[in-house]
Design a protein around this ligand. Structure first.
Ligand code: NZQ
Ligand code: ZN
Length: 385
């Protein structure tokens, strides 16, 4: 096993009605709160009013309208409020986009220059305001991790940045908030959770037995519960298992003892940077094509392990088993209603070369499970058309 640091300190308040804990969770940091939220879903489902009511004793400033694939322009607006009003704590109420924007706002508050610098170069992140979240979408794990992904549409860049201090101090995870999610977001969120697991599971290290078994159990939870949540949006058992899977899939638990660069996320980030698509949809399209592309004598055993342990595939022949597992993955995403080609979401081949170039330029794909070059990324993207 590789050496690792596991310091997952977020105070998670999971379950029905846990939002009532907000005053207690925010109080240690001060009275001035910047509440960050998205385009209006929390107003429609009543969460906005609930939070405002709970924070009656606090001085609450607001930044609404954070976009999916959050833009640096929104982050800059938030930084300005924090600096001007001397904010004590940033409260994100929403999905991964809202939480990611809140993180860079919290870091940008203590940075002299433009907040985009912190996205382009994480070593520039210094002090960070405390962050508390109320999660409304099971997908990114941002509620308990150190990452933030921000888009700069002027530069056609969507980049990830990270800081240990971006890990939220506390997160309220109430599965009932997932009831209002459109089916598309439930399915895309699940594809994102599964992709986070794949990125950590398909790595060279074969000794992290515990991490791999955790990974398989989380994958099984997604496969079992996403179809139920799609059919019965208010099924609490399904929503709660998906919500907990999203948090555990990307809070560094699954990479304990493992390591290596990711592949599908860097490719998807280019699709989002050029076409502003839904992250999980891009991942669902890319993942089975990547799996097929890298299937070889070196990787077949791992894919077969995935097939046997996650999909209960009994094929004796290891290539048959591996291929059946990849087919099952693709079919699962299809059955969840995700469009499974780039063409279906309006993307043609005109920028494929550019996106392949950028994927390799901004990410170390040489350190991935299977090292990829520009031509490989191009081939994977063409297989997605
Ligand atoms: O903006 P509002 O009105 O809130 O609507 C959102 C948005 O339109 C809606 N939504 C959220 N909760 C809802 C709801 N609608 C109804 N009911 C609810 N309870 O869903 C839409 C998508 O929201 P968004 O926050 O964009 O989704 P998600 O959580 O999937 O976040 C995606 C972003 O996170 C990044 C992605 O790249 C993308 O930018 N990622 C962040 C990661 C991290 N921080 O660790 C890792 C991931 O790999 C990912 O890259
Ligand atoms: Zn993701």
């Amino acid at each position: 096993m590789n050496n690792f640091r596991y310091h997952a300190y977020t105070d998670i308040r999971f379950g029905k009605g846990q939002v009532a804990c907000l005053p207690e969770l925010l109080a240690p940091y001060g009275k001035k709160v910047l509440m960050v939220y998205g385009g209006g879903s929390i107003r429609k489902n009543g969460l906005y009013d609930k939070v405002k009511e709970l924070l009656a004793e606090f001085e609450v400033f607001e930044l609404g309208g954070v976009e999916p694939n959050p833009k640096i322009t929104s982050v800059r607006d938030g930084v300005e409020i924090c600096k001007k009003e001397k904010i004590d704590v940033v409260l994100a109420v929403g999905g991964g986009s809202t939480i990611d924007a809140a993180k860079v706002i919290a870091g940008g508050t203590f940075y002299e220059g433009d907040a985009w610098d912190l996205v382009a170069d994480s070593s520039k992140i210094g002090k960070v305001l405390p962050i508390v979240t109320v999660l409304t979408l099971a997908a990114t794990g941002s509620e308990m991790n150190k990452n933030a992904v921000i888009s700069n549409m002027e530069l056609n860049q969507k980049l990830g940045t990270a800081s240990h201090d971006f890990i939220p101090q506390a997160s309220v995870c109430d599965p009932e908030y997932l009831y209002t999610l459109p089916a598309k977001q439930t399915a895309a969120g699940t594809a994102d959770i599964m992709s986070h697991i794949f990125e950590q599971y398909f790595q060279k290290n074969t000794e992290a037995y515990i991490s791999d078994r955790f990974a398989e159990s989380l994958l099984k939870a997604c496969i079992k519960y996403c179809p139920i949540a799609l059919k019965e949006p208010e099924n609490y058992e399904a929503r709660s298992n998906l919500m907990w899977a999203s948090t555990q899939a990307l809070n560094s638990l699954l990479s304990c003892g493992k390591g290596g660069a990711w592949t599908c996320h860097p490719i998807e980030h280019e699709l989002s940077a050029y076409y502003d698509i839904t992250h999980g949809v891009g991942l669902a399209i890319v993942t089975p094509r990547w799996m097929r592309y890298i299937l070889s004598e070196d990787t077949v055993d791992k894919f077969c392990e995935y097939g046997r342990n996650v999909w209960n595939i009994a094929e004796e022949d290891k290539y048959c088993c591996a291929n059946a597992a990849i087919d099952a993955t693709e079919q699962f995403f299809k059955d969840c209603g995700i469009p499974m080609t780039l063409t279906e979401i309006g993307i043609d081949d005109s920028k494929i070369v550019l996106m392949a170039e950028d994927t390799v330029k901004y990410n170390n794909l040489k350190a991935a499970y299977v090292a990829l070059e520009e031509k490989d990324v191009e081939a994977i993207l063409r297989a997605c058309l």
